[in-house]
Design a protein around this ligand. Structure first.
Ligand code: PMP
Length: 426
C-alpha cells in the first residue's frame, strides 16, 4: 500500500508500490481518480519485455462509475483497454517507468510501436506493399499532406464531397494543386452519396478523394467508387470508421485516420500508404508533412506521440481478441440497427435525415419532430448517464456516436430512454 501526501507546492509519492493499483489519498488532496482500480485480464505480449501478470476478473460492460459517452471524438474507449493502461501506467511491464517516460528510441518503445503496427496489419490485412505511419497533426494535417505528397501544383485532383470533412479536405488541397469537386451533397444537406456510375471523373486527375464516413452528417460509404483516373488512385479519410469493419486496403492508394474515434486517444494519426506513392513531395513541403521522411524513419523522425501509439496498440490487441474486424462489424451493425429501428419506428417523433442505404454505423444523427424538446432530451439523457448527445453545432439536433467501444448495453439504454421520452412527450 502506498500513500500520497501533499506539501504547499508539491506532493510526494510515498512507498510507491502501484503494481496493485491500490493507493490511499491524503484527505487534503482532491484526487478522486481512480475511484477504484479493477484488475484486468487481457494479455499484452511484447517481444522485448515480460508480461505483467494481472489477476483475472470479469469486466462488465456497464460499470457504475462510468457514463455512456456518445461523443464524436475524442470518444469512448474500451473499458478493458483503459483498465489495462491503468494497471501498466506506473511501471510498464516491470521496466521501472511509464510509457510516457520512455525514450522513443529505446527497446521498450520500439517493441510497443512494432507490435502496434503488426497488430494493425493483421486486423486490416494490410498488404506488404503498404507502409503504416504514425503521425501527428490530426486528419486535418493530412488534408494538406496528401496533395503535397502526391501532386505537383499543376496536377488536378478529384474530390467527392459527402459532408463537412470532405469539404474541408478539398478547401485545404486547393492551396497545393488543382482541385475539382466532382459531386457535392451540400445542396441536400449532406444526406446522400451519389451512384458511382453517374460520376464524371477527370481522367487526368492524380487521385480521387472521399471521406469514408462523414462524422457530422452520419453518411457512410458502403462500397467505394472505382477511380477512373490514369493512376487509378483512391484516397480516403477514414477517421471516423477506421477499424470498424474490414476494408480491402488494396483498393486505396492512401488511407488516413485520426485515432480519437475508434482506436485511441487524440494525438496520433495513422496513414496507410502504398509504398510506390512515397516519392518526392512538393519542394515547399514542411518536413513534418513529408511521407518519405516518416517512412524512412519508421515514424520516429522526431519524437512521436508515444503514449497515444501505445494506447492504439492496446486497442488493436483488444480488437484482435474480440475476433477481428468481421466480428467488430457484426457488433456495430447490431448496435446501429437497434438505434435506427427505434428512430424509424417512432412514428416521426424522431427522424434521421440520412438516406437509408448510406446511414453510418458510427454516427447516428437524429432530430425531434418537436425540435423545442431537443435541449430537454439532451439534459434528461445526461441525468441518466448518457452524455454528449447534442448534434454538431453546424447541423443541430442530436447525434449518437456509437463507435466500436460503445457497448450494446449503452445503445439499449439509449433506446429505452428514447421510448420513455417519447411516451412522456408524444
Ligand atoms: N475527418 C473526419 C472524418 C473527422 O471526423 C475529423 C474530426 N472530427 C477530422 C477529419 C479532423 O480530425 P482532427 O481534428 O484530428 O484533425
Amino acid at each position: 500500500m502506498s500513500s500520497i501526501t501533499s506539501s504547499p507546492n508539491s506532493f510526494f509519492l510515498k512507498s510507491a508500490n502501484l503494481k496493485t493499483n491500490n493507493f490511499t489519498q491524503s484527505p487534503n488532496l482532491k484526487l478522486t481518480y481512480p475511484p477504484k482500480a479493477r484488475p484486468v485480464s487481457f494479455t499484452c505480449s511484447s517481444s522485448a519485455t515480460q508480461t505483467q501478470t494481472q489477476p483475472s476478473t470479469q469486466i462488465h460492460a456497464e460499470q457504475p462509475d462510468r457514463v455512456y459517452n456518445f461523443a464524436a471524438g475524442p470518444a469512448t474507449l474500451p473499458e478493458k483497454v483503459l483498465l489495462k493502461a491503468q494497471a501498466e501506467l506506473y511501471n510498464w511491464h516491470g521496466c521501472g517507468m511509464s510509457v510516457m517516460e520512455m525514450s522513443h528510441r529505446g527497446k521498450e518503445f520500439k517493441s510497443i510501436i512494432e507490435k502496434a503496427e503488426s497488430d494493425l496489419r493483421t486486423l486490416l490485412n494490410i498488404p506488404e506493399e503498404y507502409s503504416v505511419l504514425f503521425l501527428q497533426g490530426g486528419a486535418t494535417t493530412q488534408f494538406a499532406a496528401v496533395p503535397l505528397n502526391l501532386c505537383t501544383p499543376d496536377d488536378s485532383v478529384d474530390y467527392l464531397v459527402t459532408g463537412s470533412w470532405g469539404d474541408k479536405a478539398v478547401k485545404e488541397a486547393q492551396k497545393y494543386c488543382k482541385t475539382n469537386v466532382i459531386w457535392s451533397g451540400k445542396a441536400e444537406k449532406y444526406t446522400k452519396i451519389p451512384a458511382f456510375e453517374a460520376l464524371e471523373q477527370n481522367p487526368d486527375a492524380k487521385y480521387l478523394h472521399i471521406c469514408a464516413n462523414e462524422t457530422i452528417h452520419g453518411v457512410e460509404f458502403k462500397d467505394y467508387p472505382a477511380p477512373k483516373n490514369k493512376t487509378g488512385l483512391l484516397v480516403a479519410d477514414m477517421s471516423s470508421n477506421f477499424c470498424s469493419k474490414p476494408v480491402d486496403v488494396s483498393k486505396f492508394g492512401v488511407i488516413y485516420a485520426g485515432a480519437q474515434k475508434n482506436v485511441g486517444p487524440s494525438g496520433v494519426t495513422i496513414v496507410i500508404i502504398r509504398k510506390d506513392l512515397i516519392a518526392s513531395a512538393q519542394k515547399t513541403t514542411p518536413i513534418m508533412l513529408d511521407y518519405k521522411i516518416h517512412n524512412e524513419n519508421n515514424s520516429l523522425y522526431n519524437t512521436p506521440p508515444c503514449y497515444c501509439i501505445y494506447m492504439c496498440g492496446l486497442v488493436f490487441e483488444y480488437l484482435l481478441e474480440l475476433g477481428g474486424l468481421k466480428e467488430v462489424e457484426k457488433m456495430n451493425e447490431k448496435k446501429a440497427k437497434l438505434l435506427y429501428d427505434a428512430i424509424d419506428g417512432s412514428n416521426g417523433f424522431y427522424r434521421c435525415p440520412v438516406e437509408k442505404s448510406v446511414r453510418s454505423l458510427m454516427n447516428v444523427p437524429f432530430t425531434l419532430e418537436k425540435s423545442e424538446l431537443e435541449g430537454e432530451f439532451v439534459k434528461e439523457a445526461a441525468k441518466e448517464n448518457m452524455v454528449q448527445l447534442k448534434g454538431h453545432r453546424s447541423v443541430g439536433g442530436m447525434r449518437a456516436s456509437i463507435y466500436n467501444a460503445m457497448p450494446l448495453a449503452g445503445v439499449e439504454r439509449l433506446v429505452a430512454f428514447m421510448k420513455d421520452f417519447q411516451a412522456k412527450h408524444a
